[in-house]
Design a protein around this ligand. Structure first.
Ligand code: ATP
Length: 297
């Protein structure tokens, strides 16, 4: 018997970052949107905890207990007094270290898969608590759709989405480390007054209306200057997508994946095709949003 859980990637349509706190973390106002690019995690009973991974980026995924899927299984097993005797196989389609919360997605998926495999039946609140301990993006991977994250991003308020949004994602030739991007944000912020991060009403209204033009005009990412500073070539990818007709182009989360919002599905296909031949990125994918959170398939 085994359980497979499908889990989406995310794009941040707003990422407002506050000044570094004394503990080094940053307060965030983070509007997450789940997009239809998925990993699948399959949990099967085994002698002991084991992780395997397949997919184009599989070589970059740790297969030890630092893998977020392993950490999720261990956290669940400890909390409910089970043996973490499970084989977790990750079919990875979400780019690794791309700012699309791929590791977090696998953590949420492993949690849901092990909960079902072990017949625990933990409540959504209990699962969300474990997710928040695993990392600030993990709770959103569990719930999907669209949500406002505050605090470190882990306190979630679900948001209404009034229609489909068509996205194009360009994956870069190398990754960017999220902590490194935050360090660069701090360096660039030195001597400047950083306002308290707050959710943008324009972003929330555009999501609720399902209006791509309004969303394109409202998206922001405070980490984008830091990501561009560490990875200047991304500016060329952004420019290529804009020239191809994207309504807007932005760095996805901490990058280096770049995200392009298109008016509709056919425009997304055109933007994707132009980006593919632009020579400014490694691979290109299209994905609709919103997507459901971690779901047993
Ligand atoms: P975020 O958008 O949440 O900042 P990301 O999408 O940029 O994250 P991930 O793909 O989650 O980045 O990977 C970041 C690092 O986490 C990887 O380089 C890898 O070492 C580690 N990692 C741990 N577990 C996983 C996993 N299941 N899949 C991918 N990376 C993982």
């Amino acid at each position: 018997m085994s359980v497979t859980v499908r889990v989406p990637a995310k794009v941040n349509v707003q990422l407002a970052v506050g000044a570094a706190r004394p503990d080094g973390y940053h307060d965030l106002a983070n509007v997450f949107l789940a997009v239809g690019l998925y990993d699948e995690v399959t949990a099967t009973p085994a002698e002991e905890l084991r992780i395997t991974c397949e997919g184009p980026d599989a070589g970059q995924v740790p297969l030890d207990r630092t893998n977020l899927a392993a950490r999720a299984a261990l956290a669940l097993a400890e909390r409910y007094g089970r043996e973490p005797a499970v084989h977790l196989h990750i079919a990875k389609d979400i780019p690794v270290a791309g700012g699309m919360a791929g590791g977090s997605a696998d953590g949420a998926a492993a949690l849901v898969a092990c909960d079902a495999l072990w017949g625990i039946g933990a409540s959504r609140e209990e699962l969300l608590e474990i997710c928040a301990e695993l990392g600030s993006d993990v709770p959103f991977s569990l719930v999907g759709g669209a949500a406002l994250g505050t605090g470190r991003g882990e306190r979630l308020t679900p948001l209404e989405v009034g229609g489909a949004f068509h996205w194009v994602f360009a994956m870069a030739g190398r990754g960017l480390s999220t902590p490194a991007v935050f360090r660069e944000f701090d360096r660039l912020a030195e001597g400047r007054d950083i306002p308290e991060p707050t959710a943008s009403d324009d972003v929330l209204r555009a999501l609720a209306k399902g209006d791509p033009d309004a969303l394109a005009a409202a998206v922001t990412n405070d980490l984008q200057p830091a990501a561009l500073s560490l990875f200047p070539e991304l500016a060329e990818t952004l420019a290529a997508g804009r020239a191809a007709g994207a309504l807007t182009a932005l760095v996805s989360g901490s990058g280096p994946t770049t995200a392009f919002l298109a008016r509709d599905e056919s425009s997304a296909a055109e933007v994707a095709e132009t980006l593919r031949t632009s020579g400014t990125c490694r691979t290109v994918r299209t994905a609709p949003a919103p997507a459901a959170g971690a779901t047993v398939v």
